[in-house]
Ligand binder design. Structure first.
Ligand code: AHR
Length: 524
């Protein structure tokens, strides 16, 4: 039996010699061999000051007719609570390297510009306190990216002191005067964003010298984060394939290997979008099987990229102390007609649900190294969970995948082996089926199965080694077309629905519809 890993390797290196697809697929789930913990932070979100991601998507202001709590939309908060968002990365993105936090605190906010994203004005009404209030309302942790490109170590250090100091420093008192006497927690700190490009077009060596300074001086003073729950510092990492990016990872990790008592990093960021071609030209709706299959092939390149950069990290950090954090990922397509191209507005289809499942499965398979990821972006931007228009809100197919995957948060990886054959279309060949399994804290087994084939169902027969199964139940997400979407008028086109699964003679059997994402739990 060939492992799924082999299937992926063949795809990545471009061998297109598909084996005839079997309609019935045998899987083996070995519950006696558990792997790494699937860190819940791989389900992280990203909210940049970009288009309507923050303003309108989260923030409507306390005087809005849209129901809100201290200016933050209640409908959006309710939806995000249901998917148990572990952390939100903010304020960017490219925006982070032009963000000056002082403009976003206190009663008087400066109006600035957002040159990266449409050149619009930035009211700064959503600043530090509003972000912290928002993540508190949705039950998530803060992942704050500090400005390395156009800021200073002093500015970033003072921001962290402002947010986290409990002692009565002038900055802590200012925070209290602005309404929050208790120190905030900052779980994750991003030291710059894409410093090789929009973050200052630095060389790797120059970035490393900056990274050391920021790592040393940008301190978290929250007393509850000194021993336990220490803030994790994430360095800028690679942004693609090729020598430019492997050299970058080498340089940062080599520096890490030689780090002294005075500075440290706990993670290396990686950005990898599914674009197809640059600039983004694939349509997000109104496409057919060709674009569907091409985008899925392209998204599976995540596997090779993670393997490549993990291998470099292993050389300098064999104990895997430094996490690889894919803190920008997702589909990036042509802007919707009539939208501001700087706002990165696109639709979200069944294809995106499948794309999300495939990437989450890749992260889970690399759980020993990939301990964080942030899909781009949470609301109204790129591959969003939620789309809003004034008082209206719709949940996207991607949102439902994140909801279906909640049981995988902090679950323990369980290996699955199978030979699924291939789904082919024109020159594209991708594995017909993808699958992961994990055990939750109560020992319950969860299985995710994605049928990439948009035309044929598959029969799954799963052997359950080391598991005494009694019953199984689950949900499946599919829709009539590969580009089916949810709209304000038809919000339920792509959403999970119950699926029947049988357990008999130690085997789990179920039928996966074409182009579907399915999550099943097994009662023991
Ligand atoms: O997510 C949109 C942009 O993509 C981010 O601002 C930047 O980091 C990346 O290039």
């Amino acid at each position: 039996m060939r492992s799924l890993f082999v299937c992926f390797t063949l795809t990545v290196i471009g061998i297109t010699a598909p084996i005839l697809a079997a309609q019935k697929i045998d899987l083996l789930i070995d519950g006696s061999k558990t792997g790494a913990k699937v860190d819940r932070n791989i389900f992280g979100q990203f909210a940049e000051h970009l288009g309507h991601g923050i303003y309108e998507g989260i923030w409507v202001g306390p005087d809005s007719k849209i129901p809100n709590t201290r200016g933050i939309r209640n409908d959006v908060v309710g939806a995000l609570r249901a998917i148990k968002v572990p952390n939100v990365r903010w304020p960017g993105g490219c925006f982070a390297d032009e963000y000056h936090w002082r403009k976003g605190i206190g009663p008087q906010r400066s109006v600035t510009l957002n040159p990266n994203w449409g050149g619009v004005t930035e009211a700064n009404t959503f600043g530090t306190h509003e972000f912290m209030d928002f993540i508190d309302q949705i039950g998530a942790e803060a992942y704050v990216s500090v400005n390395v490109g156009s800021g200073t170590p002093q500015e970033a250090a003072e921001w962290l002191e402002y947010m986290t100091a409990a002692a009565p420093t002038t900055l802590a008192k200012e925070r209290a005067a602005n309404g929050h006497p208790a120190p905030y927690k900052v779980a994750l700190l991003g030291i710059g964003n894409e410093s090789w490009d929009c973050g200052g077009n630095m060389t790797a060596d120059y970035y490393v010298s900056q990274m050391k300074i920021y790592s040393r001086f940008v301190r978290n003073f929250n007393p509850s984060q000194q021993e336990k729950q220490q803030m994790l510092k994430l360095a800028v990492g690679p942004g693609g394939d090729g020598p430019r990016w492997t050299d970058w990872t080498e340089t940062v990790m080599k520096a890490y290997q030689q780090h002294t008592w005075s500075w440290d990093i706990n993670g290396l960021s990686m950005h990898n979008y599914t674009v197809g071609h640059w600039p983004p030209s694939y349509a997000s709706v109104g496409f057919g099987e060709t674009e569907y299959s091409e985008i899925l092939k392209s998204t599976l390149e995540m596997e090779g990229l993670i393997s490549k950069h993990s291998a470099i990290m292993d050389k300098y950090d064999p104990d895997k102390k430094v996490a690889l954090v894919v803190d920008e990922w997702g589909g990036w397509y042509a802007p919707l007609q009539g939208s501001n191209p700087g706002f990165l507005v696109q639709q979200n289809s069944l294809r995106d649900a499948i794309l999300a499942a495939l990437n989450l499965n890749i992260f889970a398979r690399h759980a020993d190294r990939v301990r964080g990821a942030n899909i781009a972006q949470m609301i109204n931007v790129l591959q969003a969970m939620i789309i809003t228009d004034k008082e209206k809100m719709v949940l996207t197919p991607t949102y439902y995948v994140f909801k279906m995957y909640v049981p995988f948060q902090n679950a323990t990886f369980v290996p699955v082996t199978f030979d699924a054959g291939w789904y082919t279309h024109g020159a594209v060949a991708v594995p017909r089926v993808d699958a992961i399994a994990a055990k939750d804290a109560n020992g319950k087994l969860w299985l995710e199965l994605t049928n990439l084939d948009p035309n044929e169902p598959v029969e799954i027969e799963a052997g359950l080694a080391g598991i005494t199964a009694k019953a199984a139940s689950g949900e499946t997400l599919t829709a009539p077309k590969v580009d089916s979407v949810n709209t304000f008028d038809a919000p339920d086109t792509v959403m999970p629905r119950p699926i029947s699964a049988k357990v008999q003679g130690g085997k789990l059997t179920l039928k996966l519809g074409p182009k579907s994402v399915t999550v099943v739990s097994v009662e023991q």
